[in-house]
Design a protein around this ligand. Structure first.
Ligand SMILES: [Zn+2]
Length: 414
């Protein structure tokens, strides 16, 4: 076995010949002059075998994956071909995308590493500066998602997430059925979500959306009802429960404010107890809460209402749920607790968006789950200063396109 052949085997260069190799010990660079077995050249656009016009005067260089601390580079004099359709054009390079300066293998590894670790760590392993990696990753993801259309969207969820200090938000749209992110864009509110509906979905696709879920933000509700005529909107159960918890907490705070020091002692530590779902409560917790009926009747009343409301989510028949909701709202209005009354008002306005929950049991739990993954990415990178970098990472980890799978099969090295 010749040395060149050995290097070819070692580096797993399928279909390539190493004609010359140079080791530059000072920079730890391994430079390989490569060429293909086949003599013919293809047009990069139509993949047709074409006549070679000339060989370029200067060589091109591609970065390959590093081996044992050595950075590996391919060098090659590309040739120009004459394609009947596309005219004079540089030949197709079998190991890399036409204008890329890195090989497919490098692209694949970059995508996989960035899914697993911070860009900083990936850059270190791949022997390139972090800023270069960010640029390359951005271009690569743009190329791989180019021309991508959203498909088969039936159930959508909308939520927002902050990506940087100072109230910078991104709006995220989920495909709940396939549990992935189909779109992420700047800002929150009506303008942001309108961009999604107007630019990314056809009229047919909008009509095809059957279910939608979001929080109680008026912008998202408005956008869904505006753009998706056939969608049944179900307000997210957890956001409603949270709104009720907040109302109960408001009552507690009011009572705290007017309480004297002795009473405050009794009210201490009540906050999390009031939030607890009935299924998570211990006997001691229940005793403390029941004791409130003598200690502080207003808080007790708010808590009882909150506890009763939990039943609503268990109903299986729409009419029964509706009857329960009506009764509950009447009782709650009689409670003379202002925060609870405000909540009832919200509930009354959104009744038709809450009741469909009973038939569909649709929540944004999948969206929240994806949101959690996105938050991990954000924290791992200690926040993102620019939105495009953040969106890149969202598409790479929880997007609707499996990006590493877009790299040709025989270059996927892991
Ligand atoms: Zn062509």
């Amino acid at each position: 076995m010749t040395v060149n052949k050995f290097i070819r085997k070692l580096l797993d260069l399928k279909g390539l010949i190493v004609s010359v190799f140079q080791l530059k010990a000072r920079d730890k660079n391994l430079i390989l002059w490569v060429k293909t077995y086949k003599n013919g050249c293809l047009c990069p656009k139509c993949k047709r075998r074409c006549r070679i016009v000339r060989t370029m005067d200067c060589y091109r260089e591609w970065r390959d994956i590093p081996v044992c601390g050595w950075s590996v580079f391919f060098r090659y004099y590309p040739r120009e071909v004459m394609c009947p359709t596309h005219g004079r054009i540089q030949e197709e390079i079998p190991w890399a995308e036409t204008y890329a300066r890195i090989t497919y293998r490098f692209e694949y590894l970059m995508l996989v590493y960035c899914q697993l670790m911070t860009q900083k760590a990936a850059a270190r392993i791949l022997h390139i500066p972090k800023s270069t990696l960010s640029d390359m990753l951005h271009r690569l993801i743009k190329r791989l998602r180019d021309g991508h259309r959203i498909r088969g969207l039936k159930t959508i969820g909308i939520d927002e997430i902050s990506y940087c200090k100072g109230h910078k938000y991104a709006t995220i749209v989920y495909d709940i059925d396939r549990s992935c992110v189909v779109w992420a864009g700047p800002g929150k509110g009506l303008e942001s979500i309108d961009v999604f509906f107007e630019n990314n979905l056809s009229e047919y696709q909008k009509k095809n959306i059957k279910w939608a879920t979001c929080d109680m933000s008026r912008a998202y509700i408005g956008a869904i009802e505006n753009h998706c005529p056939n969608a049944t909107l179900v307000l997210d159960r957890f956001h409603i429960a949270k709104a009720l918890n907040d109302a109960v907490d408001e009552v507690r705070k009011e009572q705290w404010r007017i309480a004297d020091p002795d009473e405050r002692k009794a009210l201490k530590g009540l906050r999390w107890l009031l939030f607890k779902h009935s299924s998570n409560r211990s006997k001691k917790d229940s005793r403390t809460l029941n004791a409130l009926s003598k200690g502080n009747r207003r808080i007790h009343r708010a808590w009882v209402l909150k506890d009763e409301f939990e039943q609503f989510w268990e109903y299986k028949a729409q009419w029964a749920g509706e009857r329960f909701l009506k009764r509950w709202m009447t009782t709650a209005l009689k409670s003379r607790l202002d925060p609870i009354r405000d909540f009832v008002q919200t509930l009354r306005n959104n009744q038709h968006r809450i009741l469909p929950y009973i038939g569909s049991k649709l929540t944004n739990a999948i969206g929240e789950g994806l949101n959690r993954i996105i938050r991990i990415i954000k924290n791992r990178a200690s926040g993102f200063r620019s939105l495009p970098a953040f969106i890149d990472m969202i598409y790479l980890t929880v997007g609707d396109v499996d990006l590493p799978a877009q790299i040709p099969n025989n270059f996927r090295t892991l």
